[in-house]
Design a binder for this molecule. Structure first.
Ligand code: F6R
Length: 613
């Protein structure tokens, strides 16, 4: 959600900023802009992608060794050239880039207008830079002090970088709720929303903590304090990120690359955490709290979007295998509905980015109410990973495609391990059975590899047949119901086809009215316990001339006779089927979006990492 990049040091800033913005574009792509200091602050900004900005700049001379850049996901004000960041202060001496929302911008704006300020944009960000200017002017403050005091007056979330033409050679960076990381080079600093623009320059980084403000200069000075004015010591960490992970690696889109990475990312997520031979699962983060979790009143999963679907799968698995009470909540609802929580509850946040604002806020509330908090996160060092009492990384590597794929299967892998581990600890699975199940679990990456080979061209062909649909229905039962929700979400977010996921039996209670010959119905029919019931559901769809695309186990015959298309997946235990059934759903969405000419990696209106409410 808005990408920030900035540089101060001896090099020319423009190429660093543009490359950094391209790396960050997955966070937002409504507009892009850059400010450079060269005897004054020059701002270049344009609606649309970073490529539009480059085209706009063309042959203009863009010189300066200090600069800030921004790629926007619009909140206040439409996406256009004017509302694009950076923004000047009223006197043009200051420039700012901002990720987040200043919630009290309206009263601040009114007060500033009364002081004689004039605003040129619809953004909350412009209000903040005018406030900084006003404080600086009124009390003759340094840029860092004016920024710090201004930040004590704003309500909301922010990651900002500010530059001052009267104090060139200095950048001021601060954050609250939105992430910011500082890369330390040789007498130079890189600032960014995440480490992706930094990794090719340095692997020494400092993750700013909540409500910290840093001052970085072209002399290599780095000072850090809290917004409340308490000095801090920067904690320098080594980045564990490889540049190849940020490239498309020969694929046309990151999404396709990430779909194909899943055998590896799932294996990475399991590595060192389970052994079928020796019959154990060990999730480092959980170990210390395992008894507390087993004896918890409830496990409450909080998440958004795809991560919420993973939470639903966890509910099926943990209740079935470990017989522990589980609830799954949308973080955005949970945080505002005053839920009953006690020290005997465990709140488990699932998040790819580790930065989703609602999930973070839900955790903060859970902590206040005394619950143990646990994070299931992909991005190492992210806010959720830091604020939870314990947690486990899914180790899926950077996910750049806006539509989540490998993070979903990484989450499901980890949550399946969690369910099995809790069940084992409770003595619910006999030892020999446990080893047999784990041996099958270890086979899953190879089965996904096999499935990717076998279903890719089939998914392309099916996509050609259904790409013109206006609506689609996804059905599944039991543990594959959340997969149906995930399939529908994937389709709507990247191809803009309206899609709904339903428990198959619920179809009769309403959605069946929508079925006609134009309605593709994608049915996951692998649950052995309820197979006959799914057969009946498929018959109901066919009786109304719906187009059935069925995902079945290899060798299955009955549904194959009725369905218009069948996609076979390798046989496995019911509990592992989501890791396989989701693969053709991801590919179908991908190919449908391609056929419809959509930008698969950067779907309209969306952004990765939703750091605003
Ligand atoms: C869908 C998607 C979103 C995210 C959601 C939560 O493909 O990517 O629905 O799953 O915004 O994000 P995280 O997992 O980063 O908290």
């Amino acid at each position: 959600m808005c990408g920030i990049v900035a540089y101060v040091g001896p090099k020319e800033a423009y190429p660093i900023l543009v490359k950094g913005l391209k790396r960050l574009e997955y966070r937002g792509y409504d507009s892009a802009g850059i400010a450079l200091y060269n005897e004054g602050i020059n701002i270049y900004k344009k609606k649309g992608k970073v490529a539009n900005l480059e085209e706009f700049i063309g042959d203009q001379s863009v010189v300066g060794q200090i600069g800030i850049g921004h790629t926007r996901w619009a909140t206040h004000g439409k996406p256009d050239d004017t509302n694009a960041h950076p923004h000047y202060s009223g006197n043009g001496d200051l420039a700012i880039i901002h990720n987040g929302i200043i919630e009290n911008y309206a009263p601040l704006k009114e007060a500033l207008i009364n002081e004689g300020h004039t605003f040129h944009t619809e953004t909350d960000t412009e209000v903040l830079i005018h406030l900084i200017e006003e404080l600086q002017k009124r009390d003759n403050l340094s840029i860092e002090e004016a920024t710090r005091i201004a930040l004590t007056k704003v309500i909301g979330a922010f990651a900002i970088v500010v530059m001052d033409k009267k104090d060139p050679g200095k950048l001021v960076a601060a954050r609250k709720a939105s992430p910011l990381v500082i890369g330390i080079g040789d007498n130079e600093f890189y600032i960014a929303s995440d480490a992706t623009p930094i990794v090719e320059h340095t692997n020494q980084v400092v993750y700013l903590k909540n409500e910290e403000i840093a001052v970085l200069t072209d002399k290599g000075e780095f000072s850090l304090k809290t917004i409340a004015n308490i000095d801090q010591t920067p904690f320098v960490q080594e980045l564990d990120l490889k540049i190849e992970e940020l490239e498309k690696g020969g694929y046309d889109y990151f999404m396709l690359k990430e779909i194909h990475e899943q055998p590896k990312t799932i294996a990475d997520g399991m590595r060192g955490r389970l052994s079928a031979e020796e019959g154990w699962i060990r999730l480092g983060g959980i170990h210390e709290y395992e008894n507390k979790i087993i004896n918890a009143n409830r496990l409450i999963f909080v998440a958004c979007g795809t991560s919420w679907h993973s939470g639903m799968i966890a509910e099926y698995l943990i209740e079935e295998l470990a017989r522990i009470n589980v609830e799954v909540e949308y973080a955005s609802e949970f945080r505002y509905r005053n839920p009953i929580l006690s020290e005997n509850d465990v709140v488990i946040a699932i998040s790819q980015s580790g930065e989703t604002a609602d999930t973070l806020a839900a955790l903060e509330m859970a902590k206040e109410k005394g619950a143990l908090t646990y994070g299931v996160v992909n991005v190492v060092g992210s806010s959720i990973a830091r604020i939870t009492d314990a947690g486990s990384y899914i180790h899926a590597g950077p996910e750049i495609g806006v539509a989540s794929t490998k993070a979903f299967t990484g989450q499901v892998t980890l949550l399946t391990m969690m369910a099995l581990s809790l069940a084992h600890k409770k003595g619910m699975i006999p030892k020999s059975e446990f080893s047999r199940i784990l041996a099958e679990f270890e086979n899953i990456p190879a089965k996904i590899e096999q499935l990717l080979q076998s279903c890719d061209s089939q998914c392309q062909k099916i996509a050609e047949q259904i790409a013109d649909a206006n609506n689609a229905l996804y059905l599944g039962r039991g543990i594959n119901f959340p997969v149906a929700l995930e399939g529908a979400l994937k389709l709507k977010e990247i191809s803009y086809i309206h899609a709904e996921g339903y428990p198959a039996a619920e179809m009769k209670h309403g959605p069946i009215a929508l079925i006609d010959e134009n309605m593709p119905v994608i049915v996951t029919a692998t649950n052995m316990g309820s197979y006959e019931k799914i057969v009946s559901n498929v018959q109901e769809v066919k009786a109304r001339k719906g187009k059935v695309i069925a995902i079945v186990f290899e060798g299955e015959q009955e549904i194959k006779k009725m369905a218009d298309y069948t996609i076979e997946i390798p046989k496995t235990e019911d509990m592992f089927t989501p890791l396989l059934t989701v693969i053709p759903l991801q590919l179908l969405s991908y190919y449908i979006a391609l056929i419809r000419g959509c930008n698969v990696d950067q779907p309209r209106n969306l952004a990765k990492s939703v750091t605003v409410e």
